[in-house]
Design a protein around this ligand. Structure first.
Ligand code: XMP
Length: 516
């Protein structure tokens, strides 16, 4: 395991992902963890992340010098680099010489452990106020910039390395190569971690945890719950029952896909609950987005609990239903407490908000994986692409994509428009380029149009294609005009009561991805 020590500000997750892209297993630990505890995990190497602080700020996070003396290879990035420098006797000046954004790095030792085979001039991403002016004793300075005399240093004997910039971000053109050089050449690690090992490991762990008891799993139609269920199914077979609540707010063919494709691929026992009427009744007359979300969440729990009671009552033996399978991912674990195991895990995932007092033990076979790794596991388990490569879709479904009251008629209309947009995006080969593309019906808005020979007074449909890495921030996707034109023409021709298609050109922030 490579430990990524988190000094805050979102960098650690990206670094952990990059390390895994190099096929070396990584985990994130908070910088407040005592060094003995980090070393007790027997790390093969340690990466110190960047962070928002200056090493001179009062109360700035720090690490015990012992970390650098344990014989474990360490790579410091940005803030981690400066900590390494000051801890080991180098000089970091609080010069106020800021450097932010894309910078040219000049490599002075092209054959060094970190930089071998990379160009002598390369673009890197900087973000710092302080600058290292002298490396600690025993270190060789291997790169600099116009502003920073020491932008990288290396000590092969002690296996300590550092760079002032952020190799983990895309703008650092050779960042991944430099990181891999640290892992393979500096720390002597082999690129051997694969998701295949994860499946074997998890299958054993699940069998040990569940024993002969039973488990249930809520399927949402999304990737995470599907892969979690498939993994648990592989481990315990018919001891698992999945529940799929059809709230009537799904997209076209989505429920059928779960019913057919998922069952065909996994052989899982599936209970589909048709609750459309119940949800639509509960949503009657409601336009406020938060209220809609609350209602959908509440009804979901009720239906799920009822299904669960039925499963327990129908159980063919007296084995108790003791476990609930959840598709919790590593970012959720990290965000709710640093992955230290003490974290209070969000339980709202996948199944749209399960009650806090749920009397189940959780089975969370994906809690060490990132989304792209979950997709790989799903593919290896034989799930079809339509499930594994599915773009994110919100638990409350189309209910929060109708601005205004949700009715069956409006849902059907939106389902048609959404299916057309998805079809054309897929046909244009754009599915992997965009993160997701909500299609929104402005049910409370009408505008004048002319269709056929007459005046119309219909509703607009909004296309909201976005690109993103994690949905925390997003940009609107610059889709080709001809694709947009085809979607627009088809929707206005084929969908009743829609006479206008508009494109949302707002990034997040300030807009969220969904409209409600
Ligand atoms: P926003 O609209 O907050 O969405 O920018 C960020 C991402 O989260 C999805 N989303 C949800 N997913 N339950 C979910 O499972 C929800 O209530 C929910 N609301 C938004 C959204 O589709 C986007 O990917």
């Amino acid at each position: 395991t490579v430990l990524v020590v988190d000094f805050g500000a979102q960098y650690a997750q990206l670094i952990a992902r990059r390390v895994r892209e190099a096929r070396v297993y990584s985990e994130i630990v908070p910088s407040t963890m005592p060094v003995e505890e980090m070393l007790a995990k027997n790390p093969a190497a340690i990466v110190l992340s960047g962070g928002p602080s200056s090493v001179y700020e009062e109360g700035a996070p720090t690490v015990d010098r012992a970390l650098f003396e344990a014989g474990v290879p360490v790579f410091g990035m940005c803030y981690g680099f400066q900590l390494m420098a000051t801890s080991l006797g180098g000089v970091v000046d609080n010069t106020g010489a800021r450097e932010y954004g894309r910078t040219q790095l000049a490599v002075s030792r092209p054959g060094s452990t970190l930089f071998e085979g990379t160009p002598s001039e390369q673009a890197v991403w900087m973000s710092h106020g302080d600058a290292c002016s002298a490396a600690p004793e025993g270190f060789t300075v291997t790169a600099s910039t116009d502003v920073v005399p020491v932008a990288a240093f290396e000590n092969d004997e002690k296996k300590l390395y550092g760079v002032q910039y952020h190799p983990e971000v895309m703008h650092s053109t050779h960042g991944q190569q430099v990181l891999e050089h640290f892992l393979y050449r500096g720390a002597g690690l082999k690129p051997s971690w694969t998701t295949g090992n994860v499946i074997e490991e998890q299958v054993e762990a699940i069998r040990a945890q569940v024993g002969t008891k039973r488990a249930i799993c809520g399927l949402s139609g999304g990737v995470d719950s599907a892969v979690a269920a498939a993994l648990v199914q592989k481990a315990i077979g018919s001891q698992l029952t999945c529940v799929y609540v059809d709230h009537g707010l799904m997209r076209k063919d989505e429920t059928e896909q779960v019913e057919k494709d998922f069952v065909a691929a996994t052989g899982v026992q599936l209970k589909v609950v048709d609750a459309e009427e119940r949800f639509l009744n509960a949503l009657q007359g409601v336009s406020d987005p938060e209220e809609k979300r609350k209602i959908i969440g509440r009804e979901f729990i009720r239906v799920f609990e009822q299904a669960q009671a039925e499963i327990i009552a129908e159980a063919p033996d007296d084995q108790p239903v003791e476990f609930l399978v959840q598709g919790t991912l590593y970012p959720d674990v990290v965000e709710s407490g640093g992955g230290t195991g003490t974290a209070n895990i969000k339980s709202h995932h996948n199944v749209g908000g399960l009650p806090e007092d749920l009397e189940f033990k959780l089975v969370e076979p994906l809690r060490k994986l990132f989304k792209d790794e979950v997709r790989m596991v799903g593919a290896e388990l034989g799930l079809p692409d339509e499930i594994v490569q599915r773009q994110p879709f919100p638990g409350p479904g189309l209910g929060i994509r109708i601005v205004g009251e949700v009715t069956k008629e409006r849902l059907d209309l939106l389902r048609e428009a959404d299916a057309i947009a998805r079809e054309e995006l897929t046909a244009a080969g754009l599915d992997r380029d965009i993160w997701q593309c909500p299609v929104v019906l402005l049910a409370d808005v009408r505008s004048v149009g002319v269709q056929g020979d007459g005046r119309t007074y219909g509703h607009p449909i909004v296309l909201r294609p976005v690109s993103s890495e994690d949905a925390m921030t997003a940009d609107w996707s610059r889709l080709p005009y001809d694709v947009l034109a085809r979607i627009s023409t088809r929707i206005t021709n084929e969908v009743k009561d829609v006479n206008r298609v508009v494109l949302d050109v707002t990034s997040k922030p300030p807009g969220t991805i969904e409209w409600e």
